[in-house]
Design a protein. Structure first.
Length: 259
């Protein structure tokens, strides 16, 4: 895959680091960024040597300040409808490999939505989240009205989507959008450490854990618990269950084979 023009992709052991690389435009999510991010992450998802994907922004100021406003401004309804604008982003939510958004600075509009498409959000204490689309005369278009509401509840989602105000890292963590806050200088190191922990687990079992949690957003409690139970039974078909439980009995760290 690659080389790409709007993103950078590196490997750190079993972790892949994807950096949105349009710092002069505060990493605005153009169609090229969408295409490349989806293509790169789908390739990483197919790679058995990748156990976790970290997505971050380049520069000090932004994770991503939204979809590219200049690219959208002249479009008509027919342009948006026929091209099914933004639809490829949905594929990021379908990845099986765990994903972590490492957020420094602005995560606004599509930037906030991209963070919410990831499984964990690790925020620097400088992070700022919001869905300011209404200020531009539009509404969220990469799932913000749905994922923000599920993450933080109606009260705050309505507040953010109707006023367009921002929320700082503390408020975002209290509200349930952010998994952890870390000092700005430590952001990438911490995100990569968490990714290292995740990618050191059994890959198929991590995929099942992710799938089970995500099911909670799609179904009833009884069906979700049933789904979890089926996966729980299925993990007993893995080598890694045998190794994980044997290692516990032998009082040593588990050495997962990832299958
Ligand atoms: N799209 C395109 N370009 C953007 C951008 C965006 N979303 N956000 C910032 N930029 C560009 C600016 O135009 C500017 O470019 P120039 O130097 O060529 O003028 C450059 O990035 C730096 O930005 P600012 O000078 O504005 O930086 P600032 O520090 O003064 O302000 C900011 C930072 C408050 C984040 C401001 O840039 C801003 O408000 N950005 C737009 C935020 C926004 O409305 N996001 C939602 C977009 S719509 C959307 O995302 C729809 C959806 O649901 C997917």
């Amino acid at each position: 895959p690659g080389p790409y023009s709007t993103i950078l992709v590196e490997r750190r052991g079993r972790t892949a680091l994807l950096t949105l690389n349009r710092p002069k435009a505060l990493n605005a999510l153009s169609l090229d960024v969408m295409r490349e991010t989806v293509e790169a992450t789908e390739a990483l998802d197919r790679d058995p040597d990748v156990g976790c994907i970290v997505i971050t922004g380049s520069g000090e100021k932004a994770f991503a300040a939204g979809a590219d406003i200049k690219e959208m401004q002249p479009r008509s309804y027919m342009d948006m409808y026929l091209s099914d604008w933004f639809t490829a982003w949905d594929r990021l939510g379908q990845l099986r490999t765990p994903t972590i958004a490492a957020v420094r600075g602005y995560a606004l509009g599509g930037g906030c939505e991209l963070a919410m498409l990831c499984d964990l959000v690790i925020a620097s204490d400088t992070a700022v989240f919001g869905q300011p689309e209404i200020r531009l005369g539009v509404i969220p278009g990469i799932g913000g009205s749905q994922r923000l509401t599920r993450a933080v509840g109606k009260a705050k989602a309505m507040d953010l989507c109707l006023t367009g105000r921002n929320m700082d890292a503390e408020e975002a963590e209290r509200a349930g959008l952010v998994s952890r806050i870390v000092p700005d200088a430590d952001l990438l190191e911490e995100a990569l450490a968490v990714a290292g922990t995740v990618s050191g687990r059994s890959a198929p079992v991590a995929m099942m854990a992710k799938e089970a949690v995500n099911r909670a957003f799609e179904t009833t409690l009884a069906e979700g618990v049933r789904f979890e139970r089926r996966l729980f039974h299925a993990v007993f078909a893995t080598e890694d269950q045998k190794e994980g439980m044997r290692a516990f009995s032998e009082k040593r760290p588990a050495a997962f084979t990832h299958r």
